[in-house]
Every structure is written in C-alpha cells, then in structure tokens.
Design a protein around this ligand. Structure first.
Ligand code: HEC
Length: 180
C-alpha cells in the first residue's frame, strides 16, 4: 500500500526524461531548435531583397533603368534626314494598325472614296490631324516620330489613296540650328 503512492510521486518528479539518451536528445534539441528558428527568422526578414523566381527586377539593366536620371535626352537630329524613316516605314510601323484595317473608323489605305474629302482639306490640315490626333486617332497615331517622318507617312498614305501630294521638305537646317 505504501509502495503505490511513492512510485507515482517519483514518476511525476522525473517528468518525461527517463534515460540518459532522452536527456541528450533534449539538450541537443534545446540548441538546435532555437538556431533553426533564428535561421528561419533571418530568411523571413531578408526575403524582401530576394527577387522572386523568374523576376528580372534585379538584373543590371532594370536596376539601371530604375536609377537613371530623369529627363534623359532622347534627342533626334532633325537634320539627319538619312536616318529618318520613310513614309512607308512609318506607315508599316505605326499607322498600318488602323489604316490598313479600317479599325476605329480610320480611312483605309487605298480607299479613295474615304480619302477624297480629307485630301481636299490639304496637306497641312492632314499633317495637323496626324500630329495632334483626330477623333479616334491619338497624336501621331500613338507613335513617337519626328514631325517630318509623320509628314512623310501622311504623303505616303495620301498618295496611295488618290492624292498627289509632294514629299515634305526636309526641315531647314537653319531653323533647327536655332533651336539647338
Ligand atoms: C489607333 C488607330 C490609328 C492609328 C494607329 C493611326 N490612325 Fe490615322 N486615323 C485614325 C482614325 C480613326 C481616323 C479618322 C479620324 C476622324 O476623322 O475622326 C484617322 C485619320 C487620319 C488622317 C486624316 C485626318 C483628317 O484630317 O481627316 C490622317 C492624315 C491620318 N489618320 C494619318 C495617320 C498617320 C500618319 C498615322 C501613323 C503615324 C496614323 N494615322 C495612325 C486612326 C488611326
């Protein structure tokens, strides 16, 4: 009778560590577990600076783009007529999206009936619409060309559609020299 309570008491004192092996396991775990937790926390905190898989956010190029100075000059030499796009090139790059398909109600290339009333307004008016936009067409049809290139594209389109416009003159060197 006296034995039973005693052994129970002993058991509760000893807890779950009963053998030297278990003691070793507990000692090792009490070192390893905090270290693992610390490593995981460091990883968690440093996560931000790691690029996501497949992201190019940290490539040299995109970093350079992020830190480039504002107002970098994208200067086009308006006198360099040779490097400018021809009317056809501009058309193929930019204008064809709408003016070949008639998208958004654009007058189609070669559709003389659609162009006749517009051609009557004259080259200057057509150029003006192209540069500033008209109706569903945004400025330059959304392009980024020099005014001269747009002029060439207008002439290209107009002359394919029943017009007889002259090729626009290259910008006068004197005039643009003054604006340099
Ligand atoms: C997003 C479609 C779109 C693109 C791209 C586009 N246009 Fe147009 N364009 C239109 C539409 C729509 C009209 C008819 C506008 C109206 O009369 O309301 C138009 C009309 C014109 C006209 C006649 C303007 C007038 O006064 O009647 C010219 C010239 C013209 N475009 C030139 C160009 C040139 C040059 C480009 C390429 C640099 C270009 N467009 C690109 C949609 C486009």
């Amino acid at each position: 009778m006296s034995d039973a309570p005693h052994s129970q008491e002993e058991e509760s004192h000893e807890g779950f560590i009963r053998t030297p092996k278990q003691l070793m396991a507990v000692v090792v775990a009490s070192f390893v577990v905090p270290v693992v937790i610390i490593i995981m926390l460091i990883n968690f905190v440093a996560w931000d600076s790691k690029p996501a898989a497949g992201s190019d956010a940290m490539t040299a190029e995109s970093v350079a783009r992020r830190i480039q100075r504002i107002g970098v000059s994208d200067y086009k030499d308006v006198n360099d007529v040779k490097s400018m796009k021809s009317g056809e090139q501009v058309f193929q790059t930019q204008c064809t999206a709408c003016h070949s398909t008639g998208a958004a109600g654009a007058p189609k290339l070669g559709d003389e009936a659609a162009w006749a009333p517009r051609l009557k307004t004259g080259y200057d008016a057509l150029l003006n619409s192209s540069l500033k936009g008209k109706g569903n067409m945004t400025a330059q049809g959304g392009g980024d060309f020099s005014d001269f290139e747009i002029g060439r594209a207008v002439v290209f389109m107009a002359n394919k559609s029943g017009g007889k416009l002259d090729e626009p003159k290259a910008p006068a060197p004197a005039a643009s020299a003054a604006t340099k």
